[in-house]
Design a protein around this ligand. Structure first.
Ligand code: HEC
Length: 325
């Protein structure tokens, strides 16, 4: 396929393209690439690289030190790829952009013209890049879009295999990595476990839990559609978070004290299962009574997730510690 494409594009044309866009081996900028929405839709890297998308079990991983964040919080992100083009030196590159917040460069990475995008900075062998991210000050959900290109280093734009972050090898759109910036008075607690199709859910709250705020709610993003979601609530206690591996939920942690637990049952909305585009919203109206000022509630969502692959098919979000302001 890529060989055939190479033949279709005449060698002088390929050289012209390569020299005109020479700087791309030192990173790709969504703004100056000439491809609108570089990380968010086709053709993405495939607009210039003639290789195929998502073949040879190419998997794009994005590991974050945390998904639910305080305003302005700095975290570390590692983007890596397995599979893809066979190359003894494992050459490759990536591009990430976010709907809010800014990136900071790490080794072999470079922030783009706009600080909400980042890419590889040189042709260093290796298909893993670690860089920083600083959350915006305004609360709400944030989505990050990531693309990796595994290249063969032949100096031409053929034979490379690129792919979006996400489960489907031939997706036409990437699966976003979900983050959440919490309002004042809402503190993230612990981490979530990965759910079906590798998606990590995130729990957050965008409103301040103020006395009398009838609209206060917590919301879970990155969920399978139409499934049961339970919100676990309790007062803060001295309990130690419980690893749930022994009950068939490897990797998941209970952040809410199970003794005297209150459970609110809900349902996730519509969406795409493999991309986990559904959400669930739990209204928690705060009484207009000054006696609740300073009260604290710890919450966490448990998602019925049949694709999780766990013997007990439940995926847990991060927890939140809500202090009435
Ligand atoms: C606008 C066209 C264009 C787009 C879009 C594009 N590239 Fe490239 N890229 C090139 C060209 C041309 C080269 C070859 C440059 C060279 O050999 O010096 C290249 C080279 C590279 C290289 C270095 C290859 C080597 O042999 O060392 C990497 C890595 C890379 N691109 C990654 C990406 C990624 C990741 C994306 C998508 C997020 C992407 N590119 C999108 C044009 C593009």
């Amino acid at each position: 396929m890529s060989r055939a494409s190479h033949v279709v594009l005449s060698v002088p044309a390929a050289i012209l393209l390569a020299s005109a866009l020479h700087s791309f081996s030192a990173g790709i900028d969504p703004l100056s690439s000439g491809i609108a929405n570089l990380n968010r839709a086709l053709p993405s890297c495939g607009g210039c690289h003639l290789g195929v998308q998502g073949q040879n079990n190419l998997r794009v991983r994005v590991d974050l030190s945390a998904h639910s964040l305080a305003p302005g919080q700095a975290i570390s992100i590692t983007t890596s790829a397995t599979g893809g083009t066979t190359d003894p030196q494992l050459r490759g590159g990536f591009s990430s952009d976010v709907t809010a917040g800014t990136f900071t460069a790490g080794a072999n990475t470079r922030v783009a013209i706009r600080p909400d995008a980042i890419s590889h900075s040189q042709r260093t062998p290796g298909r893993s890049w670690t860089y920083g991210y600083v959350a915006p000050l305004s609360p709400g959900p944030v989505e990050m879009f990531v693309t990796v290109n595994t290249v063969n280093g032949d100096g031409f734009n053929s034979g490379d295999i690129w792919g979006f972050h996400g489960f489907q090898a031939s997706a036409t759109v990437p699966t976003p990595v979900r983050l959440y910036v919490n309002a004042q008075g809402v503190q993230p607690v612990g981490t979530a476990c990965a759910g079906g199709f590798g998606n990590v859910p995130v729990l957050g709250a965008r409103q301040v839990p103020q006395v009398g705020n009838q609209a206060f709610a917590v919301e879970a993003h990155g969920l399978p559609p139409g499934t049961g979601v339970a919100l676990l609530l309790n007062a803060p206690t001295n309990f130690t978070p419980i690893e749930l591996g022994p009950i068939g939920m490897a990797g998941c942690t209970l952040h809410v004290d199970p003794v005297n637990l209150v459970v609110l049952n809900g349902l996730s909305g519509t969406g795409d299962a493999q991309r986990a585009t559904a959400t669930a919203n739990f209204p928690l109206p705060i009484p207009n009574d000054s006696r609740v000022l300073g009260n604290v509630l710890v919450v966490q969502a448990a998602i019925l997730d049949l694709a999780s692959g766990r013997p007990t098919p439940i995926t847990m979000t991060n927890g939140l510690r809500v202090t009435v302001q």
